[in-house]
Design a protein around this ligand. Structure first.
Ligand code: HEC
Ligand code: HEC
Ligand code: HEC
Ligand code: HEC
Length: 194
C-alpha cells in the first residue's frame, strides 16, 4: 500500500512538472500581433514600395540604420559590448538578435524561405509579419478601408512599437532618451498624397 502511494505521489509530481513546462512554453512566445502570420522578408515589400510616386519606402529603409542593424553586430564596438555581457558572438546570440533583427522570437515555421537575419530590422519588425497582407488585393483593401489590418496581421506602428527596442533594456547603454518625434522624422516614409 505504501509503495503504491509513493508511485501515485511521484506520478502526480511528474504530471505537474510536465504541465508547468508546457504552460511556460505557451507563455514564453507571444508573437507581436498575437497571431500566426509568416515573415516574408524585405524583398517582397520592395517589389511595390520602391517607386518615388509610392513614397520610396524601401530606399528610406535601406538608407536607415535599421537595414544595417545585423551588420553592426560585427563591429568592434559590438564585440566589446558583448564581452561585457558574457556573450561570445553577438550575431548568434538572441540577447542581441532580439532587437537587431526581425521577428527574432517567432518560431522557425513562421520564418518564410526569404527570411534573412542579415536584413536587420526589416519592414516586418514594425509592420508585423507580412505573409497574409503583402498581396496586392489585400494591400489595396487595407488602404481603402475594406480590410481590417488586425485580420491580416498588419500593424500600424506607433511610439510603443519603437520602444520595444529603443531604450528597452539595460544591455544597450542609453546615449540619448528616445524622442519619438525626432527619431521618426529621420525615417518617415509616407505615401505621397494624390
Ligand atoms: C503587390 C504589391 C505590394 C506588396 C508586395 C506590398 N505592398 Fe504594401 N501596399 C501596396 C499598395 C498598392 C498599397 C496602397 C497604397 C498605395 O497605393 O501606395 C499598400 C499600402 C501599404 C501600407 C499602408 C496601409 C494602410 O493602411 O494605409 C503599408 C503599411 C504597407 N503597404 C506595408 C507593406 C509591407 C511591410 C510589405 C511587405 C511585407 C508590403 N507592403 C508589400 C502594395 C504592396
Ligand atoms: C532592447 C533592444 C536591444 C538589445 C537587446 C541590444 N540592442 Fe544594440 N541597439 C539597440 C538600439 C535601439 C540601438 C540604436 C540606438 C540609437 O541609435 O539610438 C542599438 C545600437 C547598437 C550599436 C551601435 C550601432 C551604431 O550604429 O553605432 C551597437 C554596436 C549595438 N547596438 C550592439 C549590440 C550588442 C552587441 C547587443 C547584445 C549584447 C545589443 N546591441 C543588444 C537595441 C538593442
Ligand atoms: C526590432 C527593434 C527595433 C524597433 C521596433 C525600432 N528600432 Fe530603431 N533601431 C533599432 C536598432 C538595433 C538600431 C541601430 C541600428 C544601427 O545602428 O545600424 C536602430 C536605429 C534607429 C535610428 C537611427 C539612429 C540614428 O540616429 O542614426 C532611428 C532614427 C530609429 N532607429 C528610429 C526608430 C523609430 C522611429 C522606431 C519606431 C517607429 C524604431 N526605430 C523601431 C532597433 C529597432
Ligand atoms: C522602424 C519601424 C518601421 C519600419 C522598419 C518600417 N516602417 Fe513603415 N511605417 C512605420 C510607421 C511608424 C508608420 C506610420 C504609421 C501611421 O500612419 O501612423 C509607417 C507607415 C508606412 C506606410 C504608410 C504610409 C502612409 O502614408 O500611410 C507604408 C506604405 C509603409 N510604412 C511601408 C513600409 C515598408 C515597405 C517598409 C520596409 C521597406 C517599412 N514601412 C518599414 C514604421 C516602420
Amino acid at each position: 500500500m505504501k509503495i503504491f502511494h509513493g508511485v501515485i505521489i511521484k506520478f502526480s509530481l511528474l504530471i505537474t512538472i510536465i504541465f508547468c513546462i508546457t504552460s511556460i512554453e505557451t507563455i514564453a512566445f507571444i508573437p507581436p500581433d498575437g497571431s500566426k502570420h509568416k515573415f516574408v522578408g524585405v524583398a517582397k515589400c520592395k517589389m511595390c514600395h520602391k517607386k518615388e510616386k509610392k513614397g520610396l519606402q524601401y530606399e528610406i529603409w535601406k538608407e536607415s540604420g535599421h537595414s544595417k542593424a545585423y551588420d553592426v553586430l560585427a563591429t568592434p564596438e559590438a564585440k566589446e559590448l558583448a564581452e561585457k555581457n558574457g556573450i561570445i558572438d553577438p550575431q548568434k546570440d538572441s540577447k542581441c538578435l532580439k532587437c537587431h533583427t526581425t521577428g527574432h522570437d517567432a518560431p522557425p515555421e513562421l520564418k518564410g524561405k526569404k527570411y534573412k537575419l542579415s536584413e536587420g530590422v526589416g519592414c516586418e519588425s514594425c509592420h508585423g509579419a507580412g505573409g497574409d497582407y503583402y498581396k496586392s488585393k489585400v494591400m489595396k483593401g487595407l488602404r481603402n478601408g475594406t480590410v481590417d489590418p488586425i485580420t491580416v496581421g498588419l500593424i500600424i506602428p506607433n511610439e510603443e512599437t519603437c520602444t520595444q527596442c529603443h531604450n528597452a533594456d539595460d544591455i544597450m547603454p542609453i546615449k540619448e532618451e528616445f524622442n519619438f518625434k525626432k527619431m521618426w522624422a529621420k525615417i518617415a516614409h509616407p505615401i505621397p498624397k494624390g
